[in-house]
Design a protein around this ligand. Sequence first.
Ligand SMILES: [Mg+2]
Length: 367
Amino acid sequence: MGIERVEVYSVTLRYFEPFRIAPGSSEKSRNIVVRIVTDYGVEGWGEASPSKRVTGETVETVLEVLSRIAPRLIGMCPLRVEQNVEMMDRVVEGNPAAKAAIDTALHDILGKTAGKPLFMLLGGFRTQVLTDFTLSIKTPREMAADAVKAVEKGFRALKVKVGVNPSEDVERIRMVREAVGEGVEIRVDANEGWSPDQAVEVLNRVEKFRIRFVEQPVPAHDVKGLARVRRDSPIPVMADESVHSPSDALRLIREEAVDMINIKLAKSGGILKARKISDVAEAAGVSCMVGCMSESEIGIAAGAHLAAGVRNIEFADLDCDLLHADKLVKKGGVTVSGSMRLFPKGSGLGLEELDAEILGKPLAVYK
Ligand SMILES: [Mg+2]
């Protein structure tokens, strides 16, 4: 049994409204979707959601990397995921979003070949996953109103995006907490937006609003700054942009810079390496979250299966498909009920039908 064909598609997904975080704002995401077809009738889907800021990748670099990797997959056994991942790393360094698309499609095939939902093959620790809902940066009052709407929809955890202006950020967090009351978990994400001094100041001021953790308070490269925030902050510190690989995780743990790690498939290069990051973290007593860039339901399904499978992945931020007005997956995939992401009965990622118009024709076919 071997890989017969790799198809590469480009999709554009509009947000319901512009999505703003500390480094900038976006109105749509352009992602690359991969379909791997085997010679025994099973196919797998994967997705790359490149972020120039986080990994240096763009749609163009993903296409270029896939043009080098995909021809080498033809004839390979799709179930030998580690062997295929090793091949990708030999062909090109880095480029984790591009590799995540292939890794995800291989895992989809693995699940379908076994006839099981993927999360069962990844450990099967949970059967559903609680996700937060992300509040895009707006005025404090507008964010409080968005928070109330999300809680009315059933979300039990909110991620408050901050990192633009310390005193306004304190107001954002205060007004969201006051608007939703005590029963909702609040997480904060500064996306590298504060200096260590600003982070320590803000976090001490918002401690009384009961924040579960703060994500990436300072720039990704500033490991010493992150360690300092962790030491002087009353709120647990989660690394996101600072951790792409198992060795990044190990380094930050050694530097005593993290309490938690946000794993994203577009940073790790897919599910296989995401599990390795979680394993390194678990050995140090550091729990993990699975987050997202700007994936459609394909990438979100992959993240959710991973989060359900692995015990040490205690948190999930898997909501970006919910922020898109364009829906690539018409049937199947991971659904949402309140704050819970639920899995379909189907095997692999559980995707059943994609929107042919959004998917369009393949940009490239390798066979
Ligand atoms: Mg983050």
